[in-house]
Design a protein around this ligand. Sequence first.
Ligand SMILES: Cc1cc2nc3c(=O)[nH]c(=O)nc-3n(C[C@H](O)[C@H](O)[C@H](O)COP(=O)(O)OP(=O)(O)OC[C@H]3O[C@@H](n4cnc5c(N)ncnc54)[C@H](O)[C@@H]3O)c2cc1C
Length: 520
Amino acid sequence: MNRAEMYRRLRSHGGPWDLIVVGGGATGVGVAIDGASRGYDVLLVEQSDFGKGTSSRSTKLAHGGVRYLEQGNVSLVMEALRERGLMLQNAPHLVRNLGFVVPNYDWWEAPFYGIGLKLYNLLAGKYGFGDSRILSREETLERLPTINTGGLRGGVIYFDGQFDDSRMLINLAATAAEQGAVLINYAQVIGLLKDNDAFVNGVAVRDMETGEEFEAAAKVVINATGPFTDDLRRKAEPDTQPMIAPSQGIHLVFDGSFLAGDNAIMVPHTSDGRVMFALPWHGHTLVGTTDTPVAEAALEPVAQEQEIEFVLGTASLYLAKKPTRGDVTSIFAGIRPLVRAGDSANTAALSRGHTIRIENSGMVTICGGKWTTYRHMAEDCVNQAAILGRLEERPCVTGHLNIHGFHSSAARFGRLSVYGSDAPAIEKLGEADPSLAGPLHGALPYSAAEVVWAAREEMARTVEDVLARRTRALFLNARAAIEMAPRVAALMARELGWNAAREQAQLQAFHETAHGFLPG
Ligand SMILES: Cc1cc2nc3c(=O)[nH]c(=O)nc-3n(C[C@H](O)[C@H](O)[C@H](O)COP(=O)(O)OP(=O)(O)OC[C@H]3O[C@@H](n4cnc5c(N)ncnc54)[C@H](O)[C@@H]3O)c2cc1C
């Protein structure tokens, strides 16, 4: 992927696009893949970096959602379990099967969760990840050597998917490009174009790097802006009623010693009645999340003090080594684009199903849903858009479409396994120039070769793109990421031809963002 090449393809495109997708998160990029792989002409514009919004800030589970089963939402669970299976099938380099242990401290928990989790696995049918079963106290301790043992009776284990969300997104963007879509990051939709009947038939875009503006015409414009859905809807119809109830969720990250072994803890009922996870992720321990209604969406949301205290308090109940604020290596917050249901103040109870809405203006809005269901959401959306735009009817092919980087035994690439089939090319960069080979920081494995790769092949445009979403440095260890930043900026300056002032400005901007990931 190369931004200049994307612009070249944009400029050489004649006539209206079949589909213009606004928003480069899981939803929008999923729609771009679906549309392009059916043979439609697709342009996608993202105001910031691909995945800058919610899609890099999830719990990173490809899951059916045990909680939704408890809420009786069987159809959502079945849909998500099928999609989980397809995600693993199409992107095995990024999705893995992980054991989740529900620790039991009361006598009734083993039979209760044992039956529920059997049903969860049954619903997965041929896409099952493995049988759930009841564990003795000893077996629980074998799987979770650092769990709080006080009062521990045993556990129930079940299996679900874990993935790297922003790496998946970058590979999805590459897949869309390979299917013929044009995707441009740092390009914000600032207005909608309308025909004589007031139907939306294009977008006005500002390039956020140069400030230049351009227009692009489309048979259908798709609003996939996640938490910002209502902003774009208002651009189409100023009086429209909001449909999003934004809800914030945060995660705390610790070093890997807090959750030794390679299994996750699933807490089915926290003190506020939610689910919480402690997960092993890239050698660290990830704990979350919360569900806090917020008045409006921000592109860089900030964790609230009570959310941090709540996650720390809950983690302390289940981990032998009680984490404190001083142990936190990174904090990240994301906003769920949940679809409103009346005046409900409880966002945890809102449906995680998706909604597709054809606005009076003819714009198609797609929102809600889950990362796990992005493919199915896209299929539904393109089906609707094709009818609306009178596009030639063509079947969806993404059920069995390999995602860029697909590799059936990527584990052989060790720490580069998330790059899948791209890993050898990154290794070669390090072999050709040994100064690119070693880690950039003692606390994290990332090398200069990955920075160069990100700038050359993955449309990374800023220091933050590299440290937050091409690598996960900022999400794992914010302080280490800050210490890596000058070297990353120098490498990017060389690759992208930045002058000294731009390099400095980039560093400054990264520091400001990274500050929000520090425990304070
Ligand atoms: C804390 C948390 C944990 C979660 N955990 C999980 C999980 O474990 N598993 C799971 O399946 N799901 C999970 N989810 C849900 C999942 O992350 C979201 O459903 C999904 O990422 C939403 O993607 P999206 O593309 O709709 O939104 P986003 O990723 O936010 O993308 C929208 C994009 O639109 C862009 N945009 C906005 N306005 C404009 C404009 N005018 N012009 C151009 N671009 C624009 C934004 O910059 C943004 O990048 C979680 C969500 C949260 C908040």
